[in-house]
Design a protein around this ligand. Sequence first.
Ligand SMILES: [Zn+2]
Length: 165
Amino acid sequence: MEKVATRDPYLVDAGRGIPGVSSRAENADMDHLDRKRRSKNMRAIRSKDTKPEFAVRKLIHGMGYRYRLHRKDLPGKPDLVFPSKEKAIFVHGCFWHYHGCKRGRMPKSKLGYWKPKLEGNRERDKNHIKEVKALGWETLVIWECETRDVKFLMQKISAFLDGKQ
Ligand SMILES: [Zn+2]
């Protein structure tokens, strides 16, 4: 019997009913925007971008792993941190982190604004991962679009957390 629903229940539930909670990484992104644009973007993007992180947290917690959130002493403040394993997970929204998938494409308008912005985000992510690894930690990036396939995601997570590095 297939217990995993086709429509991902984590995505549906995860972002709801948690007013005012948002990803700190995304807020840091927002610091560079002017206020007006900022509030517009927050309305448009916040609910979408916080969803994957909650979905992943909920899933990993349900799998029995315990973690810490947004550890500030690690570069890029990974979303979930497993100190005893020295492993860190970044959950990236496809748009802001410019995944290149269907949901993470370059907008067609205001290219002069978005191109340096999104490419800069991607570059910064790369550097953060490099820096975390340099400290001796293992890292995993979970993309928003991957959270739709719960079965795949669980395999990816347990391979990362239980795998011998
Ligand atoms: Zn994606």
